[in-house]
Design a protein around this ligand. Structure first.
Ligand SMILES: [Zn+2]
Length: 245
């Protein structure tokens, strides 16, 4: 079979002096492993398309195992390689995606989020932490772990929420919180910020001015939430981000 699909390289492994294996997140086939014959050689026509973060149109052959026959690059996000902070965030984004998608699993929402986030990361400066919050919350949403922030996760009641239960996946009302000691205090403004993020597209979110103190507080909370549901604490790329916090 022959396929053409937009895709983004999540990971590259050199298998010998000449050939490489790519983990490709493709729009049509989901996360797949792709063999790229000769791509390790700088003179090979596939070489330029076989690097982490390369976004482009990939031509593939095969059924269960795919081999790469051509790449038309749309963006190689080259500036990540010249800016260690951007590189660290980009690595963290693709790492989360790679670790939480199964082979052949397709997820268009997550695909779009990944491309848009890397594009904004590459074109802006100083908004990395803000972008990370959106990326993490929307990744949780795309993978089915969206926190419930509009009604109590235990009884469905609505009120001005001040408590959140990570294990129950959302806000909890004062009555449920008094019976459940697993909930933590969360400022109502942080809950409102999550409500805003979950209903906004990435451009609306990036335009909104958010106090950096809020971003820091939100980051601490989202870290524990993503670690609980996506095991982000285990990711090596996550440890690099600590330098910037
Ligand atoms: Zn309740």
């Amino acid at each position: 079979m022959y396929y053409e699909s937009e895709g983004i390289v999540l990971k590259k492994i050199k298998i010998n002096d000449t050939d490489v294996f790519l983990t490709l997140f493709s729009k049509k086939l989901g996360k797949i492993q792709v063999f790229a014959k000769g791509a390790n050689n700088p003179k090979n026509s596939l070489n330029k398309g076989c690097h982490p973060f390369v976004y482009g149109d990939f031509s593939l052959r095969g059924d269960k195992t795919y081999s790469l026959s051509n790449v038309e690059i749309k963006d190689n996000f080259y500036n990540f390689r010249e800016d260690l902070k951007k590189l660290s965030y980009a690595s963290y984004f693709v790492d989360i995606v790679n670790h939480n998608l199964n082979e052949d699993e397709n997820n268009y929402e997550l695909f779009k989020l990944t491309i848009e986030s890397l594009t904004i990361l590459s074109k802006t400066k100083g908004y990395e932490e803000k972008l990370k919050l959106y990326f993490e919350l929307m990744t949780l949403k795309a993978l089915g772990y969206e926190p419930l922030v509009t009604e109590c996760a235990l009884c469905g009641k609505k009120e001005v929420f001040k408590k959140f239960s990570v294990a129950d996946g959302g806000v909890v009302c004062s009555e449920c919180a008094s019976k459940n000691n697993g909930s933590i205090e969360l400022h109502p403004k942080l809950i409102q910020l999550m409500q805003f993020i979950l209903k906004s597209n990435i451009y609306e979110y990036m335009k909104k001015e958010i106090n950096s103190l809020f971003i820091d507080k939100m980051d601490i909370f989202i870290n524990s939430y993503t670690d609980y549901y996506l095991a982000t604490g285990k990711l090596k790329s996550k440890k690099f981000l600590k330098i910037y916090e």
